[in-house]
Ligand binder design. Sequence first.
Ligand SMILES: Nc1ncnc2c1ncn2[C@@H]1O[C@H](COP(=O)(O)OP(=O)(O)O)[C@@H](O)[C@H]1O
Ligand SMILES: [Mg+2]
Length: 167
Amino acid sequence: MSPLLISLQQLSKQFYLYDQTTNEKGVVDAVNDVDLDILSGETLGLVGESGCGKSTLGRCILRLIEPTAGKIIYEDQNLLQIPEKAFKPYRKKMQIVFQDPFASLNPRKSIRFILEEPLIIHGRSNSQDRKNRLDETIEKVGLTQEELKRYPHEFSGGQRQRIGIAR
Ligand SMILES: Nc1ncnc2c1ncn2[C@@H]1O[C@H](COP(=O)(O)OP(=O)(O)O)[C@@H](O)[C@H]1O
Ligand SMILES: [Mg+2]
């Protein structure tokens, strides 16, 4: 059996709502006590009606939003116990490929910038090193050197989704 990649234990997220006009308070139980394991190399599909909490669960795993309760075990650590400041190295290892390729790429930035920016943010300071990584990555998703100069509006939906995957 493959090793465990990530394990969610009793993960929950509640949103607390407050309506300023009526003074009413409310709670949305977006994610409720989720337990699941994903093994290395495994793909997990999460299916459910609109609003059932799929996106919230994904955002919680990356700590783009903070879960209310539970544990996320990754590399023998509970990610929720790592202080925000120390979390950056983990961000490098987990990524979202956004669903909508039209909304997820900045229209004012070239493809080269879009693909290079994450490398800069994560500390690849050597430009030759970044270029090598970029070349390797665009080849994997079937983009050409010439296309790096272009902007998102010059690509089809499918091509944009490949740019999102490369990023
Ligand atoms: N930031 C938020 N504040 C308040 N409620 C939210 C927020 N994000 C999502 N919700 C609510 O949480 C529930 C789950 O939403 P979501 O995870 O987007 O569902 P799905 O991706 O399965 O369609 C919905 O009831 C939604 O309205
Ligand atoms: Mg969703």
